[in-house]
Design a protein around this ligand. Structure first.
Ligand SMILES: Cc1cc2nc3c(=O)[nH]c(=O)nc-3n(C[C@H](O)[C@H](O)[C@H](O)COP(=O)(O)O)c2cc1C
Length: 139
């Protein structure tokens, strides 16, 4: 059974809704955890077989700067060879924050095992279905 940790930051709830969709289909796996980033530690990275990381586009196409960005810096030496799926919500941009985040994960040696899931504001029904299917697939 995979240990699945879903770690996210969300300000207005859209990325949180995405995280909850993943968790809804893997929570019966006793090893799965849903953690907002302020509750997460490097241990939650090291213990995970599959890591879902979620953050919306903030600043100017950046990760949220007060919690998610420092967390990324803290965990950067633990990313190598980790199986990772990225997700998050955005507004008016073109998704550049996610492309930059993907490059950053790859440059740290992380393995992106699925295409990232991005939602324009609230996740659509098909995006929600996709997130649920990924939770189920890896549980
Ligand atoms: C301070 C701030 C900065 C933002 N910057 C961007 C941005 O650069 N590009 C973009 O597409 N959306 C931007 N957004 C829109 C958010 O990504 C969008 O509202 C998203 O749904 C928020 O996700 P959340 O509900 O999980 O917090 C910004 C929102 C805020 C509040």
């Amino acid at each position: 059974m995979n240990k699945i940790n879903i770690i996210y930051w969300s300000g207005s709830g859209n990325t949180e809704t995405m995280a909850e969709s993943v968790y809804s289909t893997c929570k019966d796996n006793a090893h799965s955890k849903l953690l907002s980033v302020d509750k997460a530690s490097i241990e939650n990275i090291n213990e995970a077989d599959i890591l879902f990381l979620g953050c919306p586009s903030m600043g100017d196409e950046q990760l949220e700067e007060s919690e998610m960005e420092p967390f990324m810096e803290t965990i950067s030496s633990s990313i190598k060879d980790k199986k990772i799926i990225l997700f998050g919500s955005y507004g008016w941009g073109d998704g550049q924050w996610m492309k930059d985040w993907e490059e950053r994960i790859k440059s740290l040696g992380g393995i992106l095992i699925e295409d990232s899931i991005i939602s324009n504001y609230e996740p659509s029904e098909s995006e929600t279905d996709l997130l649920k299917s990924l939770g189920k697939k890896y549980a």
